[in-house]
Design a protein around this ligand. Structure first.
Ligand code: MLT
Length: 404
């Protein structure tokens, strides 16, 4: 994946090359280091770490060489953080030949920040913020490691932040129209663990973990406060996020979601669905779910959307499907928290043809949240952001513009 951050351009000199005329690997290591210093020089200053009495010590280096470089070649070095802990961070660097964009080498450096006595100290906030701002400006798709998993995340724009949380078994592209359209906002759209292009571990799925993934992602992006936009299961995750990090939430949008937990029968169905997915795969699940997920208007009149949603569901890893089903089965009842959401501006959106989370249920949820508004999207089923993307974006925009 090519991240379009402005690269640092460095020229390969003859004295850096070996007997065969190739850029020597030890010299390459120096160029990676030079590129890091240049990035700081052009940004917050080379003395950033001196100012904060912190030294980033290299703990581990992994380099892959993909192509040879020769004297006179100009290499473009891109720098990004793929992980930030309390005292450590991982910087990924990519070197490409400037004239044809050919990939020459990729590297990962794990740094631990230490003070002058060699004791671990916190990663300087200024450095974190500088790297996060570069990433936001780049506005692209990133592979970021948070909470022990690698997630694919789209980040676009600048301004107050929105995080789009997709439902089950979908991925972030259900928000494509909204993410493209909402200029003036930082739009963050991750593939949740187990879905889309993110890692799909075999175990460890529950609402707390999904919410913790999002909190860690916001930390990594340098975002303190956010508007949660949760679709269906994404709404369940939004409730969990509110339970733990309410002070970070500036607003809430619930799209075809619900606050009630699963009934006893609903829990049994989750287990039966998980068994089907294990035995017959995601394609079988997609076939069964498709007629419930899309509205009749879409099913009858929009073959391309039907195919797109079918393919999306069928591509979901089985471990992610089984994990999400278990997490939904075991989720808490969020109805008791609805009256307490006064002060969190809330919009509830629902498709008028949704059978999974019907409009009447959405209306009851909006009624229970003080000050919440409801928008019913006509001729849409359970996924209005795709089935009626323009109307959904308009509803979202009107809500965002009404915020204080
Ligand atoms: C979803 O779209 O996320 C699911 O339909 C939610 C659920 O099954 O409860």
């Amino acid at each position: 994946m090519h991240t379009p951050m402005t690269p640092i351009l460095l020229t390969v000199y003859p004295d850096e090359c070996d007997a065969f005329g190739h850029l020597n690997q030890a010299s390459f290591l120096s160029l990676f280091e030079r590129a890091r210093w240049e990035m700081l020089r052009a940004g917050p200053g080379m003395d950033l770490f001196d100012r904060t009495a912190t030294w980033p010590a290299v703990r581990k280096t992994v380099i892959e060489y993909h192509a040879a470089a020769f004297p006179g070649d100009v290499l473009g070095f891109e720098q990004d953080l793929t992980h930030v802990g309390r005292t450590s961070f991982t910087m990924r660097q990519v070197a490409r030949r400037a004239r044809d964009d050919a990939l020459v080498a990729t590297a990962e450096f794990l740094f631990v920040c230490v003070n002058r006595q060699g004791r671990p100290v916190a990663v300087p906030q200024e450095f974190n913020e500088f790297m996060a701002a570069r990433r936001r400006r780049a506005g692209e798709v990133h592979r970021l490691t948070v909470n022990g998993v690698s997630l694919e995340v789209e980040v676009r724009g600048d301004g107050p932040a929105l995080i789009f949380i997709h439902g089950f078994p979908f991925e972030r592209s259900i928000w494509a129209h909204q993410v493209a359209a909402l200029d003036g906002w930082t739009r963050i759209a991750p593939d949740l663990r187990g879905m889309g292009h993110s890692d799909a571990p075999d175990l460890g799925y529950n609402m707390e973990t999904y919410a913790a993934d999002l909190a860690a992602l916001l930390d990594l992006l340098g975002v303190d406060e956010v508007i949660l936009v949760g679709h269906s299961m994404g709404g369940y995750i939004a409730f969990e996020f509110l339970r733990r990090w309410r002070d970070r939430v500036r607003g809430l949008v619930l799209v075809d979601s619900r606050a009630e937990p699963d009934t006893v029968e609903g829990k049994r169905n989750r287990d039966a669905t998980a068994a089907t997915a294990r035995e017959q795969g995601a394609e079988a699940l997609a076939e069964t779910m498709l007629p419930k997920v899309l509205g009749t208007s879409t099913l009858d009149g929009e073959p391309a959307t039907v195919e797109r949603i079918r393919a999306m569901m069928a591509a979901t890893p089985v471990s992610g499907i089984v994990g999400a089903l278990g997490a939904m089965r075991d989720r808490q009842d969020s109805t008791p928290m609805l009256p307490g959401l006064a002060g969190v501006p809330t919009l509830v959106i629902v498709g008028d043809e949704d059978e999974l989370t019907p409009a009447a249920q959405a209306r009851a949820m909006a009624d229970a949240i003080p000050g919440a508004s409801l928008v019913v999207i006509r001729a849409a089923g359970h996924v209005p952001s795709v089935e009626r993307s323009v109307e959904t974006t308009d509803a979202l925009l009107a809500f965002l513009e009404s915020l204080p």
